[in-house]
Design a protein around this ligand. Structure first.
Ligand SMILES: [Zn+2]
Length: 707
C-alpha cells in the first residue's frame, strides 16, 4: 500500500516538475499585486503561492465600531460579486476580513506612511499566505477595496492560484470621480449600476450625475411636473438631428418622444447600490445657464417669459429662486451627499443686459454687471444649500464676479482656475479639459466613432498630475481630488459610453489613488490591458487598447522643407486662443496632431492672408498647407485657397486656386492639403484662405510646406 502511495507521490511530483517547466517556458507568472489598478501604496511579493479552493469562503469579523447593517451588506456584496465566495464561520474561512475602527494590525502596517486621517476608512491591508488570505480594515470601505484587489488578482475567480504577498494601501485623494452626462442621452438605472461596479473595481468613489441640461431634465420633481412631462423629451434621438430641427422638446406621449428621467424610487435604488460600493452620488442641477429645458417647461423663468428664447434663467425674477430652492430641497431630501453640484458654467448672460427685472435686481443689489449678477445668484443658492447642512460645487465660472464663500470649484477650463481657487482657500476638484474630458477621441479620428473631436489618448489622461509647478503643499490640502467627465452629445449608445470610459477612467483612478512617484505609463498600460480583458469578460464594451493606432504620423517627426525657419508676415492675426507657436508656427517644421488644441495648429476666425519669405529666389515645385475639419467644434476647411508667388514682394503671380469640395455636413474629422504642384520660381509665397461661410467657423492650419 505504502509503495503504491510512494509511486503515486513520485508521479505527482514529476507531473508538477513538468508543469512547472511548462509554466516557465510560457513565462506565465502567478498573478500578484502587480496587476492591481490603481497601483497600491505598498506591495511586497512573498515566497510561495496560495491555491484557493473552487468554493472559497470568507468571514467578516467586525467589532461594535462597525454598523452591523454595513457588515451584512458587504457580506451580501461579496457573495453576489464575480468572486462568489461564500460566507462561513471564522475557523474555516479562506479569506478572513477584520474590520474595526481601531484595527491595530492595520495601524501598525500604516505606521511608516503618512496617511491623512479622513482617508483611513478606505485604507486596508491584504496578506496572501500559504494558508489563506487576511484582510484588515478600519471600515467596510477599506475591506471592499481589498476585495476589489482580489477580484483583479484572481480575474474574477478564474485564476485561483495567487502569489503570496502583502499589500498596504490607502488613497492619495479623498475624491475620485466619474461624471455621467445623463442629460444629453438618458441612461438606464442598470447602466449606472454597471458603471458603479466598475468604479468600485478601480476605487473610484464619486459618481457625478449631470441631471439637467438643455438636452433634457432627468429627475422627477413633484412641485414641477412639466420638467419630466415635457422637458425630459425630444423628438429626435441623435444630437445633430435634434440640433438641425431647432432643439425642441415634446410631450412625453408623443410617439417619437426620446428621453427619460429617474423617478424618486429609481434614485433611492441607485443610492442604495452606490452605498455598498463606497460611492457617493453627487447630483448636479445646472443654473443659471444650460437651462433651456426648464425654461421651455416653465417659460416664466426666462427673462422674456417665452420658451426657446434663452439658455439662462432670469435672476431678476423672485420666482426663479422659488423654483431653484424647491427643486434643490427635493433633491437634498433624496440625496444624502455632502455636496450638491449647482453647475454655474457657460451662462451666456445675454438677455440679462436688457431684461428690466435683471436691471432692477442689479440696481437694488448694487451689482456692477452681469458677472456679479450671476455671482449674486450663486451666493444666494449657496446660502440656501449651506442652511440645509450641505455644500455646493460649481464649475470654475462661479469664480467670475466673486466666488461664494464656501463653494468648492470644479476646475475644467484648465488647471489654472483650480489652482487660483486653492490659493484663495477654496476646495477644488481637478477636471482640466485637456486631460480629464474623455468625450474627446482616444485614438486616430478615422478609427473612432463620431465624437466632439480632440485627441486625449490614455497616455495623455495618465500624464496629468495635480501637483504641478506653482502648486504648494498648502494648495494641495484644498485639492480634494480628480474626476473624468464624459460629455455625451455624440455618445448616443450605452456601449459607446463604456468605450469612452474604459480604459481612460482607470487612468483617472490611478491619478486619484496612487502616489505620483509610483506612476509609470508603460507599466500602467500593461495592467490596463489585463484590466480591459477582465472588463470585457464581464460584458463591458471597451476601447481596443491592444490595437491603438496613436498620434498622427506626420506630427511625430519634424519635416524638412524649403520654408522651414522662413519669416512669415501676417496680413491679419491668428485668434488669440489658438496662437500655437505664434509667428513661427507655419514654418517651424512641426505638423499638428489629431487635435487643433495641441499647440501645433494655428486658429483663425477670419480669412487667412500670409506671406512666406524664402530669403532668395529659388526653384519651387510644391507649396501646400494642410487644414483640419472638425465640425463638432465648428472647425471647417476653407472655402477656397489661393497661392501666389513673387520674386520682389510687390508683383505677385497666382499659381493655384483650390476650391473646397469636401462636404461640410460630413461630421467626421478630416485633414486635407490645399496645394500647388508644378515647376516655378519664387522668393515670396502668399497663401490666402477664405474662412467657411458658416458663421462662427474656424480655420486651422499647421504648416506651409514648400519643396
Ligand atoms: Zn432677467
Amino acid at each position: 500500500m505504502n509503495l503504491v502511495k510512494n509511486i503515486y507521490r513520485t508521479f505527482l511530483l514529476l507531473l508538477a516538475v513538468v508543469q512547472f517547466s511548462a509554466d516557465l517556458s510560457a513565462n506565465v507568472a502567478v498573478p500578484g499585486p502587480e496587476v492591481i489598478i490603481p497601483v497600491p501604496m505598498d506591495a511586497v511579493r512573498l515566497d510561495g503561492t496560495l491555491v484557493l479552493p473552487e468554493n472559497a469562503s470568507f468571514c467578516i469579523n467586525a467589532d461594535s465600531s462597525v454598523d452591523a447593517d454595513d457588515v451584512q451588506a458587504l457580506a451580501a456584496y461579496i457573495e453576489d460579486s464575480p468572486l462568489g465566495f461564500l460566507q462561513t464561520g471564522q475557523r474555516k474561512a479562506d479569506v478572513k476580513i477584520n474590520i474595526a475602527k481601531g484595527n491595530k494590525s492595520l495601524k501598525r502596517a500604516l505606521k511608516p506612511f503618512s496617511i491623512i486621517p479622513d482617508r483611513l476608512d478606505e485604507a486596508y491591508s491584504l496578506e496572501v499566505s500559504g494558508t489563506g488570505i487576511t484582510i484588515d480594515a478600519m471600515a467596510p470601505a477599506g475591506a471592499l477595496y481589498a476585495i476589489q484587489g482580489l477580484m483583479q488578482m484572481t480575474r474574477d475567480a478564474t485564476l485561483m492560484e495567487l502569489q503570496c504577498c502583502r499589500i498596504v494601501d490607502a488613497p492619495r485623494f479623498a475624491y475620485r470621480g466619474l461624471m455621467v452626462d445623463v442629460s444629453r442621452h438618458f441612461r438606464s438605472v442598470d447602466f449606472l449600476k454597471r458603471q458603479m461596479d466598475a468604479m468600485a473595481l478601480y476605487k473610484l468613489n464619486r459618481m457625478h450625475l449631470h441631471l439637467t441640461d438643455a438636452a433634457g431634465w432627468r429627475i422627477e420633481i413633484e412641485a414641477y411636473p412639466r420638467l419630466t412631462e415635457f422637458g425630459a423629451w425630444r423628438p429626435q434621438r441623435k444630437w445633430m438631428d435634434w440640433a438641425a430641427e431647432g432643439s425642441m422638446y415634446c410631450e412625453r406621449e408623443t410617439p417619437s418622444a426620446y428621453g427619460g428621467y429617474y423617478t424618486k424610487d429609481d434614485i433611492r435604488d441607485l443610492l442604495e447600490y452606490a452605498m455598498v460600493r463606497n460611492i457617493e452620488i453627487i447630483p448636479e442641477i445646472e443654473m443659471p445657464g444650460h437651462s433651456e429645458e426648464l425654461i421651455a417647461s416653465y417659460p416664466q423663468l426666462g427673462c422674456s417669459g417665452e420658451p426657446y428664447m434663452h439658455g439662462d434663467v432670469c435672476p431678476g425674477n423672485e420666482e426663479t429662486f422659488t423654483f431653484l430652492e424647491t427643486v434643490l430641497s427635493e433633491v437634498m431630501d433624496l440625496f444624502p451627499s455632502e455636496y450638491i453640484h449647482i453647475g454655474g458654467d457657460e451662462a451666456g448672460k445675454g438677455a440679462w443686459h436688457t431684461c428690466p427685472k435683471c436691471q432692477r435686481r442689479m440696481e437694488e443689489e448694487g451689482l456692477g454687471g452681469v458677472d456679479e449678477l450671476q455671482s449674486y445668484l450663486i451666493h444666494r443658492i449657496e446660502e440656501f444649500v449651506n442652511s440645509k447642512g450641505r455644500k455646493i460645487i460649481g464649475w470654475d465660472e462661479i469664480m467670475e464676479g466673486g466666488l461664494a464663500p464656501n463653494a468648492t470649484v470644479m476646475s475644467w477650463r484648465g488647471s489654472e482656475q483650480g489652482i487660483a481657487a486653492a490659493k484663495s482657500g477654496h476646495d477644488v476638484i481637478m477636471t482640466p479639459g485637456a486631460y480629464c474630458y474623455i468625450d474627446y477621441n482616444q485614438d486616430a479620428p478615422f478609427k473612432e466613432p463620431l465624437s466632439i473631436g480632440g485627441y486625449t489618448p490614455l497616455s495623455k489622461v495618465y500624464s496629468y498630475e495635480p501637483m504641478e509647478s506653482g502648486v504648494t503643499d498648502e494648495d494641495m490640502k484644498h485639492m480634494l481630488g480628480v474626476q473624468a467627465n464624459l460629455w455625451s452629445e455624440y455618445v448616443t449608445e450605452d456601449s459607446h459610453a463604456e468605450y469612452m470610459y474604459y480604459p481612460r477612467a482607470l487612468a483617472v483612478a490611478e491619478i486619484g489613488w496612487s502616489r505620483p512617484g509610483q506612476k509609470d505609463y508603460d507599466a500602467f498600460r500593461e495592467r490596463a490591458l489585463d484590466a480591459l480583458d477582465q472588463l470585457q469578460a464581464r460584458g463591458y464594451n471597451t476601447f481596443d487598447l491592444r490595437n491603438e493606432y496613436g498620434e498622427r504620423q506626420a506630427s511625430l517627426n519634424a519635416e524638412e522643407h524649403l520654408a522651414r525657419g522662413a519669416k512669415v508676415i501676417y496680413a491679419n492675426a491668428w485668434h488669440p486662443k489658438y496662437p500655437a507657436a505664434g509667428e513661427s508656427t507655419l514654418t517651424d517644421g512641426l505638423l499638428g496632431g489629431w487635435t487643433y488644441g495641441d499647440r501645433r495648429w494655428q486658429g483663425f476666425l477670419t480669412d487667412i492672408d500670409v506671406t512666406v519669405d524664402l530669403g532668395k529666389i529659388q526653384p519651387v515645385r510644391y507649396i501646400g498647407a494642410t487644414f483640419m475639419q472638425s465640425p463638432g467644434s465648428w472647425v471647417y476647411f476653407p472655402e477656397q485657397v489661393r497661392i501666389s508667388v513673387s520674386s520682389d514682394g510687390n508683383a505677385y503671380r497666382e499659381i493655384a486656386v483650390v476650391n473646397n469640395e469636401f462636404p461640410y455636413r460630413d461630421p467626421e474629422i478630416a485633414f486635407m492639403p490645399f496645394a500647388y504642384a508644378g515647376e516655378t520660381e519664387a522668393r515670396y509665397i502668399r497663401l490666402e484662405a477664405d474662412v467657411h461661410t458658416r458663421p462662427g467657423s474656424w480655420l486651422f492650419l499647421d504648416e506651409i510646406v514648400v519643396h
